[in-house]
Design a protein around this ligand. Sequence first.
Ligand code: FAD
Length: 388
Amino acid sequence: MKYDVVVVGTGPAGSRTAKIAADNGCSVLMIEKRQEIGVPVRCGEGVSKAGLKQIGIQPENSWIASDIKGARIYAPNGKHVLLSEEQAGGEVGYNIYRDIFDKSLAKQAGKSGVDIMLKSSVFDVIKESGKIKGVKVKSMGKNLEIKADVVAAADGFESQVGRWSGIDTSLKPNDVVPSLQYTMTNIDYTEYNDFYIGSVAPGGYAWVFPKENEANVGLGVQLSKIEERGDVKKYLDKFVEKKFPKGKIVRIVAGCVSACAPIEKTVGNGVLLVGDAARQIDPLTGGGILNALICGTIAGEVIGNAVGKQEFNETLKWYEKKWRDKLEDKLYRNWIAKEKATTLNDETFNKIIDTLSGYDFKKVSTIEILKGINQKHPELTRELEGLI
Ligand code: FAD
């Protein structure tokens, strides 16, 4: 079997890369280890409406679960600050059905001519004279070798294709956020996605993302702040007991999010990494759907160019440059903010939210807010100096 491009993984990053590469004239195969695309869901399912629009993803009723007005960020003392959708970042706008959303993206890839292979696990890459030239796959009990000029690794948080290709994607305990989420019913509907910060979720946050008859209630904690993975469940159970004593759990989702600074390298000879595999998730919010789609679009275009030129080393490096031009500054800034936030105590979070809750973010500039913080809590200016 030989394709121009093999894409490993059919999440948003994989399907988008595959579709755009096919639209740019490539023969493409997507390989997925699961038997059904998008299942099981491992996501809070919040995504920015405006962000999707910018990428050109048309909203579909089948995957929109709720239309969200904005975000409420809750301090440990219960005070909150309200942010509009535009101000709230990549996770606020629609709450979606991720399984249907992922399938819809894969169908768009299929319509562009991409072949799809399910229940097939990539277990190594094919190397020839230092170049990546395809993948080894276990499919329905058979071992196959599939040749390709480009391998796009869209194999998510647990990505191994990068490592097999000699690209370092390893993470420090500070940069890993194990997360647990319950989809719960018997919870009152609101039009806001809620975020709870402070000791409720050390080094992370708790979230409540509502849909019509259910809500995703989850929590992520910095790995270095817990003794064992089971501690995440203890934090979530405590949160749920307090907030939603009458809620009933209908689904449990466990997964990890990376919260690192941008990694050094996401491209090799004949290979590139995209989405969570490339650690392109936002390290502050843990939102990764949009970035996976943005980088998948860039990856697909660059791969199309490489296949057109039949040059798979220098040309692929454009992917590295282009995605960094678009996202790297923000990812780096948000990583610094995350590093700072993980050192703050409840009292400081209370003061920050107390100050911010007095502002209408639509009408004031960041400088005015900083002046306000300085007036109300001058000690915070020093605490947050580096961040500011
Ligand atoms: P994935 O969606 O993880 O897709 C990777 C695919 O590769 C999977 O289908 C996997 O089965 C397949 N695969 C892996 N290895 C192989 C292999 N060897 N062979 C074949 N196939 C393979 N982001 C948001 O924007 N909003 C949220 O509300 C949000 N909430 C989250 C909540 C939790 C608990 C978690 C864990 C994450 C959340 N995220 C959220 C992050 C978001 O889910 C990811 O950023 C997004 O899924 C990244 O897409 P991807 O295509 O890179 O990877």
